[in-house]
Structure formats: C-alpha cells, structure tokens
Design a protein around this ligand. Structure first.
Ligand code: PDD
Length: 281
C-alpha cells in the first residue's frame, strides 16, 4: 500500500514530502500536534481533537490555517486515499520556515501536515497483559495542557522505562502521580475513580474525557484530585488511557504488583463502555 501525506494543502506520496531545514518545528520544536484514532476508516472524536488542536495552537500564538470543517474534510480525503481502516492520523502544525531567531516571526507561513498509519486491532477489554509502570520525576514545563511537539522529557522518561523492562513511565511531581509519558492515569480507590485534574500538569486527554462521561453513565463516582504516589500504588485498580491504547490495565508500579494481578472489574466495565461509544460513532 502506498503511503500518502497531506502537506500544506496537497496530498502527495509520503516519500516525496520535504520540510525546510529552517522549519521552526525542526529547529525549536515550535509546534503542536494531535493523534486521532481511526476505526473502520472513520476518525473517532475528530471534533474534540480539532478543538484541542485550536486551543494548543492559540496557546503558542499560532492559528490553524484551515477552518475546522475544511480541515475535517481534508483529513477525510487523506484517510480515503491512504486506505487505512484501523489506525491513526498523526497531525502536526508548526510555525513554518523562517531564518533562525528565537523571536516569533510575524510573517512565517505555518507548516500543516497529516498522514495515516495502521494500528493493531483494538484490545479486548479485560484481556491481555497488564502494563508495567516505572515512576520517574516529572521534569516537564508547567503548560502540559498544550499538546506541544516538544516531547524530550516524555521520550527520555519512556525510554528509561522501556530500557528497564517497563512499558510506560508515570510522572511524579512533588510526590503526586500526574500522568504518564503518553497517556492519562486513573486509579480506583474505595470504588471511586481518581484522576489528576487537567491543567498545568496534565494533558486534557480526549480518551480521558470520554471515560469520565462513561463513568457518569455507569454511576461510578469520580474524584479529580492530585493522587499521591503512595496512594496510587495501594489502589485496587489502576489503568491508563490514550487514543492509541484506549484503556490498558496496570499490573505493576515499579516492583509493586497492583490489585489482584488481573484487570479489575471497574476498568473492564469502563473499557466496554468506551468501545460501545466507538461502535455507535
Ligand atoms: N499521546 N497524556 C500525554 C502526555 C499524552 O501524550 C497523551 C496522548 C495522553 C492521552 O491523550 P488522548 O486520550 O487524547 O490520546 C495523555 C498520544 C497518543 C501520542 O503522543 O502518541
């Protein structure tokens, strides 16, 4: 299957795409991004992702060069051309090319691109191996709600986790578990769902938001508050959420085993509720 990319208004073969050396995304990580899940060729929660893209862009004084409806239509065209049915769309918006200078140039033309990639079939709720989390210091900036392409702290943390035989890194900020390197974190404590509030320390995950709606439907109480690491490791269930993972139950936190050594009932119920929404979308 040929790979295509949408680059600044044109769909071209992936191998022909060229980005300037002085693109500020390349030189300064001056840009934002989105990852949208495709189920049977249809982008899931696309509207929510495009709204978050707009908020991220505005936060760095950039505007999305296409109106929301036009951008959604262009993503639809690229997905159809790519032929991928189950996968993801990676979208990136940078400030574009300009002679290197820290000051934001007034006239740079943004670089917008997106392409689709396949993903393995969605996981079966409650099945599969649990995720092993490694706790690492949260050394990120204080604007984690912006989906910035500047991901060095995240890639260093995740690489440290994987090198140690773990799957994902969980960030610890002053003793509190905030989120993971590429996913949000939830705990089940005394039957309640606990997750760190979004804002300076946590990305407003789209999957997180859908899960909170599912929790309301299932009448599971939610407590959005900072979660001490010590309390998290004693939770009866822990799970992480993201566009690409959906819901993954956590089996271990450093050397400590979580819950009963299998996916807990609340995690599985929430994951099933998420999949019902996906099926109905
Ligand atoms: N990451 N927190 C962080 C730091 C993330 O990078 C992500 C997503 C999430 C979950 O957000 P959402 O439910 O909207 O995917 C939370 C994407 C998938 C990535 O970087 O590949």
């Amino acid at each position: 299957m040929s790979d295509y990319i949408w680059l600044n208004g044109e769909i071209i073969p992936f191998s022909e795409a060229r980005i300037g050396v002085e693109d500020r995304g390349f030189q300064f990580a001056d840009g934002v991004y989105e990852v949208v899940r495709l189920y049977q060729g249809k982008p899931f929660t696309l509207s929510e992702h495009l709204d978050r893209l707009t908020r991220s862009a505005e936060a760095i004084r950039l505007s999305v060069p296409l109106a929301k409806n036009a951008l959604a239509a262009e993503i639809g065209k690229l997905v159809a051309r790519s032929g991928h049915r189950d996968g993801m769309v990676y979208l990136q918006l940078t400030r574009g090319c300009s002679p290197r200078n820290h000051v934001i140039p007034p006239d740079a033309k943004p670089t917008l691109l997106f392409y689709a990639r396949p993903l393995p079939p969605p996981p079966v709720p409650g099945e599969g191996e649990g995720v092993k989390l490694l706790a690492v210091a949260d050394e990120r900036w204080k604007r984690c709600w912006i989906k910035s392409i500047a991901l060095l702290p995240n890639i260093l943390a995740k690489s440290e986790a994987v090198a140690g035989g773990f799957d994902e890194a969980v960030f610890i900020d002053h003793g509190m578990a905030t989120e993971c390197s590429a996913s949000n974190l939830f705990a089940v404590i005394s039957g309640k769902l606990v997750t760190h509030p979004i804002g300076s320390k946590v990305l407003p995950g789209i999957t997180r938001a859908v899960l909170l709606e599912c929790a309301e439907e299932l009448k599971i109480q939610v407590d959005e508050r900072p979660l001490p690491e010590e309390e998290a490791t004693r939770a009866s269930e822990l799970f992480i959420t993201s566009t690409t993972r959906e819901v993954s139950w956590v089996a271990r936190w450093n050397e400590r085993y979580i819950g009963q050594g299998r996916c807990g009932p609340i995690t599985a119920a929430l994951h099933r509720a998420l999949q019902s929404r996906i099926a109905a979308s």
